[in-house]
Design a protein around this ligand. Structure first.
Ligand code: TRP
Length: 336
């Protein structure tokens, strides 16, 4: 059996995260998650996966779209700059060991931990048009724990919304270690800095609101959307001063525009020396600069059909090799 210190030394340099396949990625996904992953792939051993089993927890009634979303999402990841030479990109359901680990963990997870998970209660209410009174949906955090601890990482880059799940994962890992011997490092959330990337209409950027900018969109598609965006609605005439804090556009400048130009825009807006049309033109330039390398990589991917599938096949293979090692240890510890 390995000792706790040895485990943690290796774990410090490992990270894992996953995303449910919900369709094309928008820039909110980019600034909220993928950008963080790009930094991590330079620093440590990374595992990034498509959480297709997790998609099933809420989409079990209509599973047709999940399959098509998987290569689409992986292609977006690669276009954004994830490098399969540097990280393991795989599909959750390709590693059957995860189901075994999840089952074992479910035996030692009190139902009360799951029932009191705030995301559980929230989602049941929010998605009231779906029947989520299932065993699988209640067990979402158990499966997520298996996803994570299988690869024994210390760091799990996630947004704030996932913190309750990470807390449960730590508790389950601790409980396993107490029962059978210290084996799993306790994973820790590595919070994605709260990047403010609202939708074009100021609400949360979301596929279902159709208020996003997709990583796969061309400038010809994006440009009219930016031109239609509402800015500070109190700024009725060109000569009225505006307030960037009340403008849907300004958060995008904060993500995409150099700090000195941002300061110029702020000064120009509040003094009415710059109009919204000019401000939008600067943003469009910024978006073009940001998207150019992504679109270039996408074009190269488009020229190599089958590449996404190859990347996944190789990633699945190395993820499985890791999972087999972990499960060898788990079975030994529980005496099976
Ligand atoms: N629950 C995560 C989300 O909705 C997706 C996910 C599943 C995940 N398994 C994970 C994230 C493991 C991090 C680690 O975004």
């Amino acid at each position: 059996m390995s000792n706790a210190v040895g485990i943690n030394k290796d774990a410090e340099k490992r990270t894992l995260s996953g995303m449910r396949p919900t369709g094309a990625l928008h820039i909110g996904h980019y600034f909220g998650a993928v950008k963080n992953w790009l930094d991590l792939q330079e620093e440590m051993r990374c595992f990034f996966f498509v959480a297709d089993w997790h998609a099933l927890t809420s989409e079990y009634e209509d599973t047709r779209r999940i399959g098509a979303f998987i290569p689409e999402m992986v292609k977006d990841w690669l276009a954004a700059g994830l490098d399969p030479e540097r990280c393991c990109i795989f599909r959750q359901s390709a590693v059957k060991e995860t189901a075994e680990l999840s089952l074992i963990l479910s035996m030692l997870t009190p139902v009360s931990w799951l029932e009191r998970c705030p995301t559980y209660k929230e989602q049941i209410q929010q998605l009231s048009h779906k029947d989520l009174s299932t065993y699988g949906f209640l067990g979402y955090p158990v499966l997520m724990t298996a996803d994570i601890i299988m690869y024994r990482p210390r760091w799990v880059p996630v947004g704030h919304d996932q913190l309750p799940h990470l807390e449960i994962a730590r508790e389950i890992a601790r409980r396993f270690n107490n029962l059978y011997g210290v084996f799993f490092p306790e994973p820790e959330a590595r919070l994605t800095p709260q990047a403010k990337c609202p939708g074009l209409d100021g609400r949360k950027m979301s596929k279902s609101y159709n208020n996003g900018i997709l990583l796969s969109e061309s400038m010809a598609e994006i440009s009219p959307k930016i031109k239609e965006m509402l800015t500070d609605t109190a700024r009725m005439r060109r000569n009225d001063p505006g307030n960037p804090e009340n403008c849907n556009l300004f958060p995008y400048h904060e993500l995409l525009t150099a700090a000195d130009t941002q300061a110029e825009i702020r000064a120009g807006c509040t003094s009415a020396s710059m109009g919204c049309v000019d401000c939008k033109a600067i943003l469009l330039k910024g978006l073009e600069r940001f998207l150019a390398p992504i679109q270039e990589r996408r074009a190269r991917l488009d020229a190599r059909p089958g590449l996404v599938e190859e990347v996944l096949a190789a990633g699945n293979e190395s993820a499985r090799a890791e999972a087999r090692k972990t499960m060898g240890g788990v079975r030994e510890l529980i005496g099976f």
